[in-house]
Design a protein around this ligand. Sequence first.
Ligand SMILES: O=C(O)CCC(=O)C(=O)O
Ligand SMILES: [Fe+2]
Length: 237
Amino acid sequence: MDLVTARRELRDQGWTVLRRSGVGSAGGDMDNAAALALALAAEFGRPSRRDGGAAVWPVRPAPDGNGSTFSVTAGEAGLHTDSQYHANPEPLVCMVAVRPAEDGGHTRLLTASDAVAALTREPGSSNLLHALATPVWQWRVPREFAAGERTVSPAAAVLPGDGTIRWRADNVVRRHGGPAPQLVARVAHALDTAPEVRTFPLEAGDALILDNRRVLHGRTSFGDPRRLLLRVRLWER
Ligand SMILES: O=C(O)CCC(=O)C(=O)O
Ligand SMILES: [Fe+2]
């Protein structure tokens, strides 16, 4: 697929996959892969260095098994949007597979409109959708990125009603007046088990670019410690 087609697919569908981009090809080292991933991502937007200081962030399990966010842990990642703990999440995320896991770690995607459809099928959906449209949701900043004093996001809605979505289940702040834990669990379950979720592997060199305000992403479980993706979050040009 050429870049023009990929940009159109991203605009119309909310995500696109460029197969075999050349990133991580045999013989290349990590610096080379990161430079290639950055150049590819920059075709779609302006790379963000906001979290972690560098534009290219390696998504791989930490050797000590510790970590507070999906990019440094193995296992599954429930459907989420990135940077939900910021007032203004980056609108685009690019992830390039350098070394896929031998045992899963497949990409999962669900569009915001399919998410709403799944939630609408839930019992008591009007209460659920009302709660998600109310700006009382806050998320903990992962400790890997907590800069300065701010450890919790400003309050925001999950579904503000403009077609966008902001979501992550495992770091929703629990406080008085905020969403009840059962509500968080119900929403997560409805989304993660929705039949509309697309699940597919990224092969080495494949680049996924997604609209971080219109598409939820996640991954199936894996254990392979050698799995490596490179992630670049992007601002619109
Ligand atoms: O590991 C993956 O496939 C996705 C990782 C992810 O969503 C993240 O780092 O925010
Ligand atoms: Fe993510």
